[in-house]
Design a protein around this ligand. Structure first.
Ligand SMILES: NC(=O)c1ccc[n+]([C@@H]2O[C@H](COP(=O)([O-])OP(=O)(O)OC[C@H]3O[C@@H](n4cnc5c(N)ncnc54)[C@H](O)[C@@H]3O)[C@@H](O)[C@H]2O)c1
Length: 252
């Protein structure tokens, strides 16, 4: 049995995680944390981590990048593992996560779906295979409530392409005005926002007279909630360290 605490419990993802956890015999939701106090089906939700009395093996965080210090502080204080699913961290915060992982088990990914994990591998392979002859561009689409842009997943895909190309890429976020001809090392990243789109990622490799497109479409938020529970089960009892979806999938 894995006891979880959901950070961002009243949010879209927090509720999805709670709903899935309710029906999972290997998971018990001990409580939640959000900006205001309350409960879900009698499970207490605290305003901040200070009031949390329930014991948890793993904190699942789907709140906001601004909440990072609080999540890491709680994890260090209690020894709980932490699944960081929130996106939009600054480079300084990513360094903070790396440091925290020396003391506690931290799982972090910008995308909890298995499909995106595969997409990451495929785009790296395609970029290495195609080399400079093809121009890579990433187009991501999300709902109109998403706060950060481009998506953490788009950046994760960009990093995979960049690594496969010897870290020579220059990220270009959208284009406007007289930008001139596209430079070979550019890697375009474009964010589209609208309606209730759950999450679409398309990587296009455009060459002379041919285009290869590799894409992924998330059809519901449940896919991310299921990934979060899978990560929580993986993390229970793990030593300090930084883990990601590859570790989870390879253990299975
Ligand atoms: N890794 C993934 O696979 C994945 C998938 C979906 C969403 N996300 C990310 O998860 C995050 C949440 O997404 P969402 O759609 O549920 O957003 P949301 O706005 O619906 O929910 C966020 C919740 O967190 C709460 N919150 C915000 N700041 C807080 C704080 N300082 N302390 C406590 N609670 C706080 C809000 O009150 C809200 O209830 C976003 O960063 C999103 O990009 C990641």
């Amino acid at each position: 049995m894995v006891k979880i605490l959901i950070s961002g419990m009243f949010g879209h993802m927090g509720r999805n995680v709670y709903d899935l956890a309710k029906d999972d015999p290997d998971i018990e939701c001990a409580g939640g944390v959000d900006l205001r106090e309350g409960d879900v089906d009698g499970v207490p939700v605290h305003a901040g981590f200070d009031g949390v009395k329930e014991k948890a093996d793993v904190v699942i965080d789907f709140s906001s990048a601004a909440n990072l210090d609080n999540v890491l502080h709680y994890a260090k204080k209690t020894g709980a593992g932490v699944v960081l699913a929130t996106t939009g961290y600054t480079p300084a915060q990513i360094e903070e996560i790396t440091q925290a992982a020396k003391h506690t088990a931290v799982f972090r990914t910008a995308n909890l779906s298995i499909g995106i994990n595969l997409l990451q591998k495929l785009v790296a392979e395609a970029a290495a295979f195609l080399g400079d002859a093809f121009d890579a561009e990433i187009i991501e689409k999300h709902h109109n409530l998403k706060k950060d842009a481009p998506s953490g997943t788009a950046l994760m895909l960009a990093d995979s392409i960049n690594q496969a190309c010897g870290n020579q890429k220059e990220y270009v976020y959208g284009r406007e005005g007289i930008v001139g001809a596209r430079k070979k090392q550019e890697l375009g990243i474009h964010a589209v926002r609208g309606g209730t789109i759950v999450g679409e990622h398309e990587v296009m490799f455009a060459g002379e007279d041919e285009i290869i497109t590799i894409s992924h479409s998330a059809r519901s938020k449940r896919v991310f909630a299921a990934g979060a529970l899978r990560a929580a089960k993986f993390l229970k009892g793990k030593p300090a360290g930084l883990y990601d979806m590859k570790d989870v999938l390879s253990e299975n």
